[in-house]
Write a protein that binds this ligand. Structure first.
Ligand code: 6R9
Length: 632
């Protein structure tokens, strides 16, 4: 897609929440707060950072040496001290921090702040006993269980850099990510459950660590504690054995604000996925602030973010942000429509969820199965609804607002990225909401829609979404590949380019249209065309492959693959099934093409680059645009 498009702005339709929403919110008046930020950006962030506990105060709020920013210079802190100790040692000690629900009703575990603190300390001590220390990388490849959260926090406690890999990824994807960070330890579980089936995670890890020489130990959590799991004694260690006898106290490592906190991989447009690096200080401040204000979180809220902690949304708003705010969080190993499309609504009713943060792809799936499902449950506890991951189209907005929120709950559609670490655009609680538009930059963020020269485009004209000033939780680099970091800031001079196309209305509200690059967002997951193509090409029968995203009413996009077979290979249904199985095994189920066409040739540039937009235009019956570089 290119930014040469315009959108006919119909007469703006706004939903205006009750005035009390704004008057009683932490933020109060959006415009006033935004102006206060513009008047003194450093003073603004300085005030936010003071709400947290630091072992040593910072000497300067930021240093901006384009395109590198450093925040809270010389400040020392530990995110887990702020997530745990700050609450566990005072009046929140017996408050519930984490409620976990497995796939079945009888799988439930609840941790108070005190209990979570102790569990994290014990595992942190266990990691130390394996020789893990500050700066070491630890890969976490786990199902959604409390130990996944505990593992992340335990790493952060001792200054080890966690790299969480979503449990739905396959062998190659995991191998690439382990090797990318040279992880010393991998933490996993024997199995994960999906739709009632046990999927053996440990076997996948064992395959993935072959040719990953950095890995010294694998920690294995037994899901079914009654079932023994065979462990290779020289390399594998049982989670429960590791924590057995460990102290329930472990001092939080004082981290420099600029020390890396974690690496999280996100799909790149070309080549290998990018290990996005986040720093301790700025990330803590950014996620604390946005969770507090965007969700307007209160002490009596029951907060549920449905994202797997393996994605950035799970990191920032499933775990760190809410715990920094002392919230009670629900995490669930629950597929939205398993065992029934009422599962999630049942959880909301049962736990009394007040803030519900989910993705458009789930909302559209629920729309399709019909409102009789949510209508069977009492959803009156809900107070605030949130959306993230893809554009929340007006139909989905309306459904979410009326059917789930019963016209009472503000919807915060939040635009941000793995790279930004925290929310960047939304409609703050109490501000009028415009369906189809995420809203405006949150106070603390300077964003705009511009042309390739960096000039703001008029309302209704398409452009690229950019961020014009550094923000605390911005990524610091791409692990091992700083060149790719600089690219984000070089596409348009002076700006961070998000690679999203967008359009603004007269009131400054921004509508995000979709990606401008070769990423396909399928059901809220970013999939790089390059990754799927190379998975296909790694199959013996395939000579070449190109994939495109095809708009889909449910998933946002689905993947369509065009495949050139090697000579002598027979196209057919059997081979299609083989290819799908092959992609599932290499990349995981989220990257499977929904359609495969066998073709004789692919449109390419003279320099040999596949022109996916030509394939896409053909597929959609659209004009392919400039094809001057197309090969004969
Ligand atoms: C948080 C997250 C980032 C990409 C981003 C954009 C899309 C995210 C959105 C949205 C429209 C929203 N995206 N939120 N598009 N409206 N509210 O999803 O991070 O996985 O890195 O994806 O997702 O295209 O560039 P990440």
């Amino acid at each position: 897609m290119t930014e040469n498009f315009s959108v006919k702005l119909e007469e703006a339709k706004y939903y205006t929440p009750e005035v009390r929403c704004r008057e009683q919110s932490w933020m109060g008046n959006y415009n006033k707060t935004y102006q206060a930020f513009l008047a003194d950006p450093d003073g603004f962030w300085d005030n936010v950072a003071r709400e947290l506990e630091w072992f040593q105060p910072w000497s300067r709020v930021k240093e901006w040496d384009y395109p590198y920013a450093r925040w809270f210079l010389n400040g020392k802190l530990n995110i887990t001290h702020n997530c745990l100790d700050r609450h566990a040692h005072n009046q929140r000690r017996n408050k519930v921090a984490l409620m976990w629900r497995g796939e079945t009703e009888d799988e439930e575990r609840i941790y108070t702040y005190r209990q979570l603190f102790q569990a994290v300390c014990r595992f942190a001590n266990g990691l130390k006993s394996l020789g893990v220390g500050k700066g070491d990388r630890v890969c976490i490849y786990m199902p959604v269980v409390p130990e996944q959260v505990i593992a992340m926090l335990a790493c952060a406690r001792i200054g080890a850099v966690h790299s969480v890999v979503f449990g739905g990824f396959g062998v190659n994807a995991l191998n690439q990510r382990i090797r990318g960070t040279n992880a010393k330890v991998v933490i996993t579980a024997d199995v994960t459950y999906r739709r009632g089936r046990a999927i053996p995670l440990k076997n996948i890890v064992e395959e993935a660590v072959v040719n990953a020489p950095s890995v010294e130990r694998i920690v294995v959590l037994r899901r079914d504690t009654d079932k023994p799991v065979e462990l290779h004694p020289e390399m594998e260690v049982d989670y429960y054995d590791l924590v057995d006898g460990e102290s329930r106290e472990c001092p939080a490592e004082p981290m420099d604000a600029e020390d890396p906190l974690f690496i999280l991989y996100t799909s790149g447009t070309t080549g290998a996925p990018k290990g996005i690096v986040h720093a301790c200080g700025g990330y803590t401040v950014g996620t604390y602030y946005t969770t507090k204000h965007v969700f307007d979180i209160r002490d009596d809220d029951i907060y549920w973010c449905t994202a797997d902690p393996g994605w950035i949304t799970g990191h920032s708003y499933g775990i760190y942000g809410p715990l920094l705010n002392g919230a009670t969080c629900l995490i669930a190993e629950a597929t939205p429509d398993y065992p029934t499309p009422g599962t999630w609504w049942d959880l909301i009713e049962e736990y009394g969820v007040t803030i519900f943060y989910t993705a458009p792809t789930a909302i559209r799936m629920f729309m399709r199965v019909g409102e009789e499902w949510p209508n069977r449950y009492n959803l009156s506890s809900l107070r605030i609804l949130g959306s993230v991951g893809e554009p929340l189209n007006p139909e989905a907005f309306e459904w979410f607002y009326h059917t789930i929120g019963k016209d009472r709950c503000p919807i915060v559609d939040t635009w941000w990225q793995t790279e930004t670490g925290m929310h960047m655009l939304t409609t703050m609680i109490g501000e009028p909401m415009r369906p189809g538009f995420v809203g405006r930059p949150i106070p603390g963020v300077v964003a705009d829609v511009v042309n390739r020269q960096g000039k703001p485009v008029p309302p209704g004209t398409g452009g690229l979404l950019v961020i014009k000033e550094p923000w605390p939780s911005m990524m610091r680099t791409v692990w091992g590949d700083d060149e790719r970091y600089r690219k984000y800031w070089e596409t348009i001079p002076g700006c961070y380019t998000a690679a999203d196309l967008a359009v603004k209305d007269e009131d400054g509200y921004i509508m995000v249209i979709g990606r401008a690059d070769d990423l396909i967002v399928v059901a809220g997951h970013n999939i790089g065309t390059a990754e799927v193509e190379s998975a296909l090409v790694s199959h013996d029968a395939v000579a070449e492959a190109a994939v495109i995203g095809k708009p889909d009413p449910l998933k946002g996009n689905t993947i369509k693959a065009f495949v050139i077979l090697r000579d002598g290979q027979q196209p057919g249904e059997k081979l299609k099934k083989d290819l799908i199985y092959h992609v599932r095994m290499t990349l995981g189920p989220i990257a499977i093409p929904s359609e495969i066409d066998f073709v004789q040739s692919l449109p390419k540039t003279r320099s040999g680059k596949i022109m996916r937009r030509v394939l896409k235009a053909q597929e959609m019956g659209m004009d392919p645009g400039d094809i001057s570089t197309l090969e004969e």
